[in-house]
Write a protein that binds this ligand. Structure first.
Ligand SMILES: Cc1cc2nc3c(=O)[nH]c(=O)nc-3n(C[C@H](O)[C@H](O)[C@H](O)COP(=O)(O)OP(=O)(O)OC[C@H]3O[C@@H](n4cnc5c(N)ncnc54)[C@H](O)[C@@H]3O)c2cc1C
Ligand code: FES
Length: 275
């Protein structure tokens, strides 16, 4: 194994430098790590919460000086324990793992929902230097759950870009769901790449739209992960291991897993559960 892979796989203890409250259920944890400075947008790390669990998170910030962050929704035991961590507390990390987004030039559309916006943030910060036009569609159930509004606004402010926010209850932006907005855009304009991350039903709908309008597509998938190195099989979808072949998966790959994508995933015992 190369020295780089050895270093990536070794558990590193990092100190939380700052905790930012993003919404009533989402917090960002900022820390310093040299290996994360080299991560591609879309790659993830395994985070060990001592005495509780080790779970995967996309990187929400990637900077050349190693200032890094994860943005965490509180959904269960481990994320609840993480949310109780404060500035100065430590967590264990390994990674970055997996295949991130492939950067594309030209006319780009990005579609994100809920915490799916997390890996799309470092991606957008790279794409603003490459794209001729950027359309950013983001959605959530309510205004409270719309993440990174200011950061997106600031990132897009200096380029040829448009941001459209949707909420299901109409409490911010347009009332409705983000995929309806996306469909309207795809019907009118040819995009050089569609990037998506969010609830799997949303990414599935975006995949079908990308197929219908013959446009290239990349999405970041979530599956249960344990080893994150392609060894344990807990993250499989068809013949793909999401931790190694993904988490960013292309249309070509998704065509091979149509029976599972948007329908079910496997629990840690291998049993099918609805997504
Ligand atoms: C590549 C990847 C990137 C992710 N990025 C983010 C992110 O940026 N922000 C964020 O809030 N969440 C992210 N998640 C989801 C996050 O890992 C789960 O919310 C977390 O593991 C839940 O743990 P829990 O103990 O709090 O909840 P539990 O009650 O144990 O589980 C709640 C849900 O999380 C899923 N989950 C539990 N353990 C794992 C595991 N080891 N691997 C994957 N899913 C698990 C369960 O299937 C269930 O659907 C990501 C997942 C993956 C696979
Ligand atoms: S998490 Fe073990 S093979 Fe992917």
């Amino acid at each position: 194994m190369s020295a780089y892979l050895n270093a990536v796989n070794r558990l590193r203890i990092v100190k939380i430098q700052e905790v930012k409250v993003e919404s009533p259920t989402v917090k960002t944890f900022i820390f310093q790590d040299k290996l994360c400075a080299k991560a591609e947008p879309g790659q993830f790390i395994m985070v060990w919460i001592p005495g509780v669990d080790e779970i995967p998170f996309s990187l929400s910030t990637i900077t050349p000086n190693g200032l890094t962050s994860i943005t965490v929704a509180q959904v269960g035991e481990a994320t609840k324990a993480l949310h109780q961590r404060k500035r100065g507390n430590v967590i264990g990390i390994r990674g970055p793992y997996g295949k991130g987004f492939t950067l594309t030039e030209g006319n780009i559309i990005i579609v994100g929902g809920g915490t799916g916006l997390v890996p799309l943030m470092p991606l957008t910060e790279k794409l603003v230097k490459l794209s001729t036009k950027l359309t950013f569609l983001l959605g959530a159930k309510t205004k409270d759950e719309l993440l990174f509004l200011d950061r997106i606004d600031q990132t897009l402010s200096k380029v040829n870009a448009e941001m459209v926010a949707t909420t299901e209850d109409g409490s911010y932006g347009l009332k409705g769901i983000v995929t309806d907005q996306a469909e309207q855009k795809l019907a009118k304009e040819k995009f050089d790449m569609i990037y998506a991350c969010g609830p799997e039903q949303m990414m599935h709908k975006m995949f079908l739209l990308a197929e219908q309008y013959h446009m290239p597509f990349q999405a970041s998938l979530e599956r249960n992960m344990r080893c994150a190195m392609g060894l344990c099989g807990s993250c499989v979808i068809g013949k793909l291991r999401v931790c190694k072949d993904g988490p960013v998966i292309t249309s070509e790959q998704l065509r091979t897993v149509k029976k599972e994508f948007g329908k079910f995933k496997r629990d840690f015992q291998g049993k099918k559960i609805a997504v």
